[in-house]
Design a protein around this ligand. Structure first.
Ligand SMILES: Nc1ncnc2c1ncn2[C@@H]1O[C@H](COP(=O)(O)OP(=O)(O)OP(=O)(O)O)[C@@H](O)[C@H]1O
Length: 302
């Protein structure tokens, strides 16, 4: 269990308030709010009547056997898929309409998409600032379309400069801070292709931090990462969560879930369990959701 468990209730409110004050955002309800969601790629639902709310500052792990709908549910709550019935809200807005992308840091499974990208750690983390770029400064504050109409070449050049290079001092500070937080300052000029799996994951977490995300969504982030880096990775997640960042983790390693998450959601098309990790360990949800697989997946609950 993480060291932050004991303060996840009483002190959690204080942490949330501090975090809100820092980010200037106002939390008016749950970060994630799914109500009676049913979804199928075909006529057969793979998610059935799922309701799930996640509040600011929580550390939630989602578990379930292969093909149980975890990634689908993740896409529904991020608004990448639309429920057939029921509703999905993110930060109080309909998830599929939500466009405040910098509030969400998404770390995909072994960040595999980036493995072949010939870009440096600094460039990856810099991408986290793009959502914050003030395009109002393009064209001396003119609305972009007017500027493009009046001075097309100069404006296009400014847009390219802004997007591909010209970050403000505040942007660069955010990049540096994020790199320092994940312990990757020494690797800024290293290409992503020349990092270990654990270091690559840290770079992608830094990108999420640079964007000042207040919800981190991680899909089996430690697959293919060496054991030592996995421990360091979970320490980092715990400290980010202690700073008020909401963590939602899909994790197949039940031992890691029990050790680190405060709350477990156990899914197999429908929700089999949703509650504190201690109660999950004591419950029969694992055996019911996983069937016989549970016995050799983990000794949890024995
Ligand atoms: N794009 C798709 N089109 C059709 N069926 C899909 C699609 N994506 C997933 N499915 C099916 O939906 C079900 C749920 O898949 P999903 O990927 O959400 O499960 P999961 O719990 O994330 O699995 P895993 O642990 O193996 O990653 C599976 O039966 C899968 O075959």
């Amino acid at each position: 269990m993480s060291t932050t468990d004991s303060d996840s209730t009483a002190d959690g409110t204080a942490r949330q308030a501090a975090s809100d004050a820092d980010s200037g955002t106002e939390v008016t309800g749950p970060v994630v709010d799914l109500q009676d969601v049913t979804f199928g790629y075909t006529a057969t639902p793979v998610i059935e009547d799922v309701s799930l709310t996640i509040d600011s500052g929580e550390y939630v792990a989602m578990v379930g056997p292969n093909g149980s709908g975890k990634s689908t549910l993740m896409q529904l709550l991020l608004g990448l898929l639309e429920p057939d019935t029921g509703s999905a809200q993110l930060f109080g807005e309909r998830a599929s309409r939500f466009d405040d992308g910098e509030r969400i840091g998404y770390v995909a499974q072994h960040a595999s998409a980036a493995k072949e990208m010939p870009i440096t750690v600094r460039e990856v983390v810099k991408m986290g600032r793009f959502a914050h770029l003030d395009l109002g400064r393009v064209g001396g504050g003119d609305p972009i379309l007017d500027a493009l109409r009046e001075k097309p070449l100069a404006t296009a050049r400014e847009i390219l400069n802004t997007v591909f290079g010209r970050l403000s001092a505040a942007d660069w500070n955010a990049v540096d801070d994020a790199l320092e937080t994940v312990g990757m300052s020494a690797f800024v000029d290293r290409r992503i292709t020349q990092l270990s799996g654990g270091q690559r994951q840290r770079a992608f977490i830094a990108r999420a931090l640079a964007s000042e995300a207040d919800l981190l969504v991680l899909d089996e982030p430690t697959v293919g990462v060496d054991a030592e880096s996995v421990d360091a990775f979970y320490d980092l997640l715990a400290s980010l969560n202690a700073q008020g960042i909401t963590v939602l983790l899909i994790e197949h390693d039940l031992g890691a879930v029990v050790e680190h998450a405060d709350r477990v959601v156990c899914l197999n098309r429908e929700i089999y369990f949703d509650g504190p990790t201690e109660e999950f360990v004591e419950s029969d949800a694992l055996a019911r959701a996983f069937g016989t697989e549970a016995r050799f997946l983990s000794g949890v609950g024995e």
